[in-house]
Design a protein around this ligand. Sequence first.
Ligand code: AMP
Length: 417
Amino acid sequence: MNFQAPEGTRDITPEQVVLWNRLEKAARETFSRFGYEEVRTPIFEYTALFHKSSGETTDIVEKEMFTFGDPEDKKGTYSLRPELTPGTIRALIENQLFAKKNFWKVWYLGPAFRKERPQKGRYRQFTQIGVEAMGSSDPLVDAETMVLFAEILKAVGVTAWELRINSIGCKECRPAYREALKAYIRPLLGTLDENCQRRFERNVFRILDCKVDAEKLKDAPKAMDHLCPQCKAHMAVVEKALQACAVPYRVDPRIVRGLDYYTRTVYEFSSSALGSQNALAGGGRYDTLVGSMGGPDVGSVGFAAGVERILLAMGGEAPPPAPDFYAIAAGDVARDEVFKTVMALRRAGLSGDMDFEGRSVKAQMRSANKAAARYALFIGPEEAQKGAVKLKDMKDGAEQTVSLDEAVRKLQGGMTA
Ligand code: AMP
């Protein structure tokens, strides 16, 4: 019987994990440089949390959640998290972190789950990496999150990206825009696809997201033309900050984002290196969400990026890190002597391995080459007796027999060189 991974899920093999680690390391370093702290939350939450935060009318909540548990349970069912923002906000509120300081900048990385139709770049289990900056309405924080993501892309060598931004207003100016949009779309409604028709009453902004009828909506009223003076001023600061940091962007009135909670700034990073699933990250400001979830009434902004998508944009494969040594059992040496030496080197902070398959010296040498070890380290009966090793520099082929201590020093010297 052959087992298969569930549809829409993927394994990360040792060959692929090197790139993952590179991305995670670059992200961690960048988050830390920008003053963001890590937070980890459960992969499932009470379903009600997502209804409250992600929004009842979003695709994610309407049809993409993996929900389980007993509906009769007083606290309701559970759902695998379709995104990490709701759990992150819940965690800050529940752990009373806002009592310690008013402004939190946190980041997260972990799996998210959506019951989508799988295709390249779109999975049912995928990994999100993202930030939430909660407790400030300063437009500079909006810009900071965008510069931050651009830095992560730079750190991993992704250059083919585009940033599109928009402002969808606030509770002051949005109602008038909603009406203007509805008035424009109403006569077209019969010609739009079923999905859009459904969205008309429930969440008209999402019609702008429509891929099918994009052409029919190209002259629809733009949120940017309906902003109140405060929202206009906010957007102007965001744009100026991006320009000052030389982060290229384009204002795109079609960016509305799929989630209900956004206010003012919304943005999307996409990559021309990807196919139809080209969104790398999406984010924006959500000034009312934390308050509506029982937290303080504070302004917040964040983004979520898809790790698998960034990896696709990075392309290629990375070789695993080269070890310092590969120990070779030469001649009739007791293998536990080799083992002892290998352990002494590893305990001294060096990386390396030995043969566990009882193979010939020639085959062991092949392993040393394949692993791209800096040194092959021969241990024969003579060396074992003297507590010595024969080092072979794999670059220039130079050989020398040295004591184990000297070998450690030499290899460590190479580490810092
Ligand atoms: P969203 O919360 O839908 O804006 O998602 C944020 C980011 O997560 C997107 O820009 C994608 O990079 C990634 N993403 C969303 N859904 C999926 C999925 N089903 N498979 C892989 N990546 C996804």
